[in-house]
Design a protein. Structure first.
Lengths: 170, 363
């Protein structure tokens, strides 16, 4: 079978949910990668940030430690530390908690401070769990769809809708 | 309300009005806030469905704010993804959207105030980039306006925020207040007297950033420079406002001293430089955008110093923007390659600066 987007052989068979209906896609490795990757992954690297990170990480970190660090993955949005290092942009609010040890010296370097002073929103999410719940569930749903586990995906979708409804009423 | 480029083309935007305190040197005061919704991943990890959901949700909130008369009814809602390239470029030239928003992919939008005092970009580097622009030196008023706008939006959505780190942003360089306060200055005399580098170095030492007309990485076209805060964490908004605000009088003083020096020590040379620039702009048959910016800068200073008396600052300010590629094409209604563009630009300048036909006094 040929890839639907180019002439190469299709090695990836993906089921995408469009408005709740499964849609079959047959793609080669390259096209599958760009299809599955988040929309802006290819966005430009911020050289200043990347440079600053590299500089900071070089201090006191062996290649081995660095490789291990790069593999760390945020449980909420799924970004690896390596991806953050490359693009200079974080993946979700929880990254500030999950990568706190790595980010603190960086924040110190950029701002000379690690604590916020100034405006506070009138209302905030009640707790950290509430802040990250929807992001995590949406990602799990996407993964369930990719793994063709439709039952799990539809349960997750209902759960997400339930939370969204509750938020609207508040 | 859908976008009406004709109307936008006719207008010239709040920040080009050429009024407000110190407006001979301070072109505009601009503040932007970076905000994210707590319930969605940041843009780097957002899928297209996240992006379109963010856009839909935020646009709905703007609609509600307009219906409840908390915001003006005539805001423009622009689907940036659906625009032609030239229209995106037009909005960049006008400083209503960033280059990043214009060039990225996927669902993205902007809400524009008809007076062009504020715009809100959706799905740029952060979910929300709110910006307010005022003519002249007016940071305090701009802050009041953006603070109110931020509160209106925040009543309806939950922002990503932590007690320790403040407003959480996609890039750690913006975390905390998420605010960038900037003033755009016209500093031709500091450039001519070769003092500009020295000034920049001292600004960097006190943690202020210097950028060109179009922000990050852009060349300082037409001797325009944006000075803004570098730090966003650990300093409150009022403090940041003061930090940027305090340095402006010093820079104004330097620029005015440099102008006085030029007038005193080499009035003929300066007058000649200004007059030649004016002469070229009034008579050229083909001219690039870069050369136009460069010459307009001399003319602008000449008008401020009373060396040119038959053209007004708002007209010069307007020409800076209206002679840029996308604006020129919108105004003439023609698709122009760069050599046709250069011919049209020269003809537009002749029409507006005098030697050819009617002189425009509109702003």
């Amino acid at each position: 079978m040929k890839c639907q987007k180019c002439e190469k052989p299709a090695t990836f068979h993906i089921t995408d949910l469009i408005d709740g209906k499964p849609n079959e896609l047959h793609l080669c490795e390259e096209c599958a990668h760009s299809f599955l990757a988040p929309a802006s992954e290819a966005s430009e690297v911020m050289p200043a940030m990347a440079g600053l990170l590299a500089q900071q990480l070089a201090v006191g970190e062996t290649a081995e430690e660095l490789a291990r660090l790069d593999q760390r993955t945020c449980p909420v949005c799924g970004i690896t530390f390596l991806e953050f290092r490359k693009q200079g942009r974080l993946g979700c609010p929880h990254d500030y908690t999950y990568f706190v040890k790595e980010l603190e010296p960086l924040l110190m370097n950029i701002h000379g401070e690690t604590h916020h002073v100034g405006k506070v929103p009138q209302h905030c999410a009640k707790d950290a769990e509430q802040q990250t719940q929807l992001i995590r569930l949406r990602r799990e749903m996407k993964e369930a769809v990719a793994a063709e586990e439709y039952e799990r995906a539809s349960k997750l979708r209902d759960k997400i809708r339930g939370i969204e409804e509750k938020r609207k009423q508040k | 309300m859908s976008i009406n480029f004709e109307q936008l083309t006719q207008a010239s935007g709040e920040w080009l009005r050429g009024t407000g305190p110190e407006s001979d040197i301070v072109i505009s005061s601009r503040i932007r806030l970076a905000r994210n919704l707590a319930d969605f991943p940041f843009i780097a990890r957002a899928t297209e469905s996240d992006r379109s959901e963010i856009e839909r949700l935020l646009m709905e909130q703007f609609g509600e704010l307009q219906r409840s008369e908390q915001l003006a009814a005539d805001l423009l809602h622009v689907d940036v993804a659906g625009l032609e390239d030239i229209d995106r470029l037009f909005l960049v030239e006008r400083q209503l959207i960033s280059r990043e928003l214009a060039d990225s992919q996927g669902s993205r939008a902007v809400v524009i105030d008809q007076h062009e005092q504020f715009s809100v970009m959706i799905n740029e580097e952060d979910h929300l980039r709110i910006q307010v622009m005022h003519s002249g030196l007016d940071l305090a008023e701009a802050w009041k306006q953006i603070d109110r706008l931020d509160n209106l939006i925040e009543q309806r959505v939950t922002y990503a925020y932590s007690d320790k780190l403040g407003y959480l942003t996609a890039c750690p360089t913006n975390v905390g207040t998420g605010v960038r306060m900037s003033v755009m200055l016209h500093l031709p005399a500091l450039v001519i007297t070769r003092q500009i580098e020295k000034v920049f170095r001292s600004l960097q030492k006190i943690n202020l950033a210097v950028r060109g007309l179009y922000g990050e990485g852009s060349q300082a076209m037409g001797d325009f420079y944006q000075i803004s805060n570098q730090v966003t964490l650990g300093m409150g908004e009022e403090e940041l406002l003061k930090k940027v605000g305090d340095v402006v009088p010093v820079l104004l003083d330097y620029e005015r001293q440099a102008r006085d020096f030029l007038l005193r020590e080499s009035q003929e040379t300066l007058h000649d430089r200004v007059s030649r620039a004016y002469g070229i702009l009034r008579n050229a048959q083909t001219i690039s955008s870069e050369e136009t910016m460069h010459l307009l800068s001399s003319v602008r200073m000449g008008v401020n110093l009373g060396l040119i008396n038959d053209v007004k600052i708002p007209t010069v300010n307007k020409l800076f923007i209206h002679t840029q590629p996308a604006h020129l094409q919108k105004i003439t209604g023609m698709e122009l390659d760069s050599s046709d563009g250069n011919i049209e630009r020269a003809s537009y300048l002749r029409r507006h600066l005098g030697s050819d036909g009617m002189r425009s006094e509109q702003n």
